[in-house]
Design a protein around this ligand. Sequence first.
Ligand SMILES: Nc1ncnc2c1ncn2[C@@H]1O[C@H](COP(=O)(O)OP(=O)(O)OP(=O)(O)O)[C@@H](O)[C@H]1O
Ligand SMILES: [Mg+2]
Length: 256
Amino acid sequence: MSTLTYERLYANLERLRLTKISEVLDNYLERANKENISIIEALDYLIETERINKDETSLIMRTNVAGFPYRKTLEQFDFSFQPSIDIKTIHELKTARFIHNQENILLLGPPGVGKTHLAIAIAMEVLKHKFSTYYINCHKLIAQLNKAHYENSLAVKLKTLSKYKLLIIDEIGYLPLDKQGANLFFQLISNRYEKNSTIITSNKSFGDWGEIFGDNVIASAILDRLLHHSTVINIKGESYRLKERKKMFSRGDDKN
Ligand SMILES: Nc1ncnc2c1ncn2[C@@H]1O[C@H](COP(=O)(O)OP(=O)(O)OP(=O)(O)O)[C@@H](O)[C@H]1O
Ligand SMILES: [Mg+2]
C-alpha cells in the first residue's frame, strides 16, 4: 500500500468517525495477511468491531443522560427476598415491549422493598433497546415544573419531559403536593398519556393519592391516565435495608 493511500485511508476513517477501525486496523491487517483472511471477512470483522464500539459508547451516553441516583441491574435483585413479585412480569418488562405499547409501570410498596432498584434496573434494560430514558424524583420534578412555570417556559419544559420514551418519577407520596404542584403534575402525565411510558414509584396505595395531591378529583384524573395501559407491581414485603442492617447487627459490625 502506498504512503498516500495509507494516509488517505486514516484521514477518511477519522472524517467518518470510524475510530475503532482506525485503532485496530494496523494490527488486524498484519494478522489478515498472515492468516490469509479474505477481503469480505476482513471488512465484516472491522465493521462489526466498529458497530459494537459505537453501540457501547451510545449506551454509556444514554445511561449518563438518564441521571440515575445509583445503577442497579435485575441480576442484582434478589427475587427470593421479595416473593410477592411475579418474576414472569419482570421478564416481560425486560423485553421493553411496554415501551412500544406506551404502557406505564407502577411500583408500590413500603420503604426499602426495592421500588427504585427495580425501576432503575428495568430502565437499564430499556436503554439497551436504545430508548431514551430519564430519572427524576417527584420532589425535584415539581420544583423544576414550578420554576419553569414562573419563568414562562412551562410549555418547553413539558415538551422536553414528554419526549423521553421512558420517564421514571420516583418517590411519589413522601411529600404532599400543593394545588399548583398537583396541577403541574397532571399536565405532565396528560402530555405523556398514550405517547410514552412512565414508571412511577410510590409508598402510598392508590386510595391515599387524594391526600398526596390534596384533591381527590385531580388524583383520580392522574391515576386514570396512568393506569389505563399499565402494569402494577405491588411489593408486599420486608425492607431490604432493614435486612442488611439486621445482618450487620447479628455480626456485631454496627458501631451506632
Ligand atoms: N430484593 C433485593 N435484592 C437486592 N437488593 C435490594 C433488594 N431490595 C432492595 N435492595 C437494595 O436495597 C436498597 C433500597 O432499595 P430501594 O432504593 O429500591 O428501596 P425503595 O423501595 O425505593 O425504598 P424507598 O421507598 O425508601 O425509596 C437499595 O440499595 C437496593 O439496591
Ligand atoms: Mg426509592
